[in-house]
Design a protein around this ligand. Structure first.
Ligand code: PBG
Length: 340
């Protein structure tokens, strides 16, 4: 059957019938051509895989709002790291759930705590895995805030020595980087000084520099059992409306000694990632956070979107915006899909 071209019926040589001379579609004709001219490629080398570690007194459990993400006991965290390593992922970011919580988060500097134990076990089993430890008090305090409470608010300067103590403990356990996510002023300088005094000059700081007070952290707080018991985090995390202030936060962290800076969340803040890339000459990390992951999973589960395709599109957009490193719960899935 011969198809009738619209031009035959519309006589388009007469009606608006000029022919284009530039034809960008030539470069889209085949998968091979498209891959030749592709401007942005996400590689497993760019990805950091987050893991939640619980004490061995608890079972490993899948997180309800984050299908495929688990609270791991130490031995399972090692297995997950091995799987990640086999898939080509060479960096993990650890979060810990302690045996007990108190007002100052003292379980966080217990040398036999879940994060410290996981750092040691992962480094012993996979020496070339880069292990990054998240530094914050919210998982460890009974009130769920990221610092100590004085007069109903988080006290900045009282919190700094506690964060430093926690960072030192993770570094002593063998962490390659510590990643402060608390948003206290001056914490990068305090942690750097503590590490240097402890002769841990090789341990790096990946700073959550522009961390916004975001609704996208919802599922994480279930995973890390770290929701604040009163109020919210708006007196320390940033107002989502502010990009100039984000640049200020990043510049302060670089001055204080951050090796890598981060923008978080990623997807609703691609402009912040781009601005950071243009203004600063240190590696820029972006955190593709729990809510961004959960939304894709939920819609894919209902058959409303193609989850794998959307994941790849999201990670590509974060990289295209200017991120050098991406922290993502999709890391393993991305690596598996890339091999296919
Ligand atoms: C701890 C911390 C949070 C995240 C990383 N570190 C939560 C928060 O600030 O409440 C969020 C990560 C995610 O949503 O995936 N302060």
């Amino acid at each position: 059957m011969r198809t009738t071209r619209p031009s035959e019926t519309l006589q388009s040589t007469e009606i608006g019938g000029t022919k284009p001379t530039r034809r960008p579609r030539r470069l889209r004709r085949s998968d091979a051509i498209r891959s030749l001219v592709r401007e942005t490629t996400v590689s497993v080398d760019d990805l950091i895989y987050p893991l939640f570690v619980v004490p061995d007194s608890r079972p490993s459990t899948e997180i309800r709002s984050m299908p495929g993400v688990w609270q791991h006991r130490v031995s399972d965290a090692v297995d997950a790291s091995l799987r990640a390593h086999d898939a080509g992922i060479r960096a993990v970011l650890l979060f810990g759930l302690p045996e007990f919580k108190d007002a100052i988060g003292s379980a966080s500097w217990d040398p036999s705590g879940p994060v410290q134990s996981a750092i040691e076990a992962i480094k012993r089993t996979i020496p070339d895995m880069t292990v990054i430890a998240d530094v914050c008090l919210c998982e460890y305090t009974d009130h769920g805030h990221c610092g100590v409470i004085v007069d109903q608010d988080v006290d900045n300067d009282e919190t700094l020595p506690l964060l430093s103590k926690q960072a030192l403990s993770f570094a002593n356990a063998g962490a390659d980087f510590v990643a402060p996510s608390d948003m206290m002023d001056g914490r990068v300088a305090a942690i750097r000084a503590t590490l240097d005094e402890g002769r841990l000059t090789e341990v790096g700081i990946l700073a959550y520099s522009a961390k916004f007070a975001s609704g996208f952290y919802g599922p994480f707080r279930e995973a890390a059992e770290s929701a604040p018991k009163f109020g919210d985090r708006r007196t320390y995390q940033m107002d989502p409306a502010n990009i100039r202030e984000a640049m200020l936060e990043i510049s302060l962290d670089i001055e204080e000694g951050a090796d890598i800076v981060m923008v978080k969340p990623a997807l609703a803040y691609l402009d912040v990632i781009r601005a950071a890339r243009e203004q600063f000459n240190v590696p820029i990390a972006a955190y593709n956070v729990s809510g961004e992951y959960a939304m894709v999973k939920a819609a894919a589960e209902r058959g409303w979107i193609d989850g794998t395709r959307v994941m790849q599109e999201i990670l590509t957009s974060i990289k295209r915006a200017g991120a050098d490193l991406i922290i993502t719960y999709f890391a393993l899935e991305f690596a598996a899909a890339a091999r296919r």
